[in-house]
Design a protein around this ligand. Structure first.
Ligand code: PMP
Ligand code: GLN
Length: 387
């Protein structure tokens, strides 16, 4: 007899974030694998959620999102990126960035379409492309001299684009590598997509976590790119609340219209009291996100300074709350089994990078999340220095 189901995603297992967090739990290891902060959201924001929970905001929110939250997002986007996005037709609150990415891909990609992603690519893109019937085309980010400064090879992108290319997925600040875009990169991208029908899906969930005085280069800043972009962000990173799963999609009206056709049947609407609370908090404290870069830069520096005593090689991340460490000087074991070994034997869990790549990156690299209190980071590094 035929099996009852044949997999639509035969090559997909359980996501590495679940696998490594579970292993950390089983081994009682310090969990620097899955990216989530060990800090609480702002107290005033928590009070606002309590308030809305107790004052009747407990039924379905409007499908595109609570109007006040969409207005707060519009104000932020105008203030930060100079983009005036229409509250009613260009902003949609979604069920975390994950749903925003998934719904975008389902709305755009058809069987036979190519979608370009840059490796190492966040793991939710390719399965969503496969489910839409598209083909994922992997282009590795490159780093001169096998260093850590990974960026897009524009010539390679130009060569990979064809009339089958429907979508390019960008993710800067980049998870897991921690690299960022420069202003000139937006122009290079514009040159490649000009006179094509290619759309851009820009995953900007780490938009506020950019270091050393650099500025996040959003697709929202660029008049030409904006016309063909869906920009996805998430409140999870900004307010230390990854468990809330509230994000948003900003896209020109014709793209938003198609996005919402999928969004309304993927999750319909997003948790109501948290939307109201976020709207109030963003309005009363519009500058809150500006503290984030300095906060995480101090964490990065603390972590990296301690690591100078170790045998790992690294360059401090330019953005995100992840640090790549190269262990080539310590071991030549492949990274998935090495990450498991470190979790079991040293008691520190990390994420192997090869799972995000079609072709392995040079060297042996693991990703560590530094969104943790200093004591946790210090204990982790003490263990890593034993290697
Ligand atoms: N994109 C990237 C690059 C991420 O790192 C994450 C998770 N942190 C997401 C999307 C998903 O965000 P959310 O938790 O809001 O769904
Ligand atoms: N984005 C988080 C990370 O990169 C994980 C999110 C998840 O577990 N789905 O670690």
């Amino acid at each position: 007899m035929q099996p009852l189901i044949s997999s639509k995603l035969p090559d997909v297992g359980t996501t590495i974030f679940t696998v490594m967090s579970q292993l950390a739990l089983d081994c009682n290891a310090i969990n620097l694998s899955q990216g989530f902060p060990s800090f609480e959201p702002p107290d005033d924001l928590l009070s606002l959620i309590e308030h809305y929970l107790r004052s009747g905001a407990n039924q379905y929110a409007p499908m595109p999102g609570v109007p006040a939250l969409r207005a707060a997002i519009a104000a932020k986007v105008a203030d930060l990126y100079g983009r005036s996005a229409d509250v009613d037709t260009e902003i949609t609150v979604c069920d975390g960035a994950t749903e925003g990415l998934f719904s975008s891909i389902q709305a755009i990609v058809r069987p036979g379409d190519d979608v370009i992603v840059f490796d190492p690519a966040y793991d939710s893109y390719a399965p969503a492309i496969t489910l839409a019937g598209g083909r994922t085309v992997h282009i590795p980010l490159i780093s001169p001299g096998d260093g850590f400064d990974f960026h897009i090879d524009w010539q390679r992108l130009a060569d990979a684009v064809s009339d089958k290319t429907r979508l390019i997925v960008l993710n800067f600040p980049q998870n897991p590598i921690g690299s960022i875009l420069a202003a000139a990169d937006l122009d290079s991208l514009a040159e490649i997509v000009r006179d094509t029908r290619i759309l851009l899906l820009s995953d900007e969930v780490y938009e506020h976590i950019v270091f050393d005085g650099a500025r996040h280069q959003s697709m929202l800043m660029h008049d030409e790119l904006w016309q063909r972009s869906l920009v996805i962000s998430s409140f999870g990173k900004t307010y230390h609340a990854t468990g809330w799963k509230v994000g948003y999609c900003v896209a020109p009206a014709p793209l938003t219209e198609e996005f919402r056709k999928v969004h309304q049947f993927t999750c319909f609407s997003v948790v109501t009291p948290i939307q109201h609370a976020l709207a109030d908090f963003m309005t009363s404290t519009p500058q809150q996100h500006l503290q984030l870069a300095a906060f995480y830069q101090a964490k990065r520096d603390y972590f990296c300074n301690l690591l100078t005593e170790s045998r790992f090689e690294f360059e401090p991340a330019k953005g995100t709350f992840f640090q790549i460490l190269d262990y080539s000087a310590i071991s030549d074991e492949e990274d998935v089994s090495y990450a498991r070994r470190l979790t079991r034997e040293i008691g520190v869990a990390s994420i192997p990078i090869s799972v995000f790549c079609e072709e392995p990156l040079p060297g042996n690299k693991l990703r560590f999340c530094f969104a943790k209190d200093d004591a946790t980071l210090a204990t982790a590094v003490e263990k890593l220095c034993q290697l």
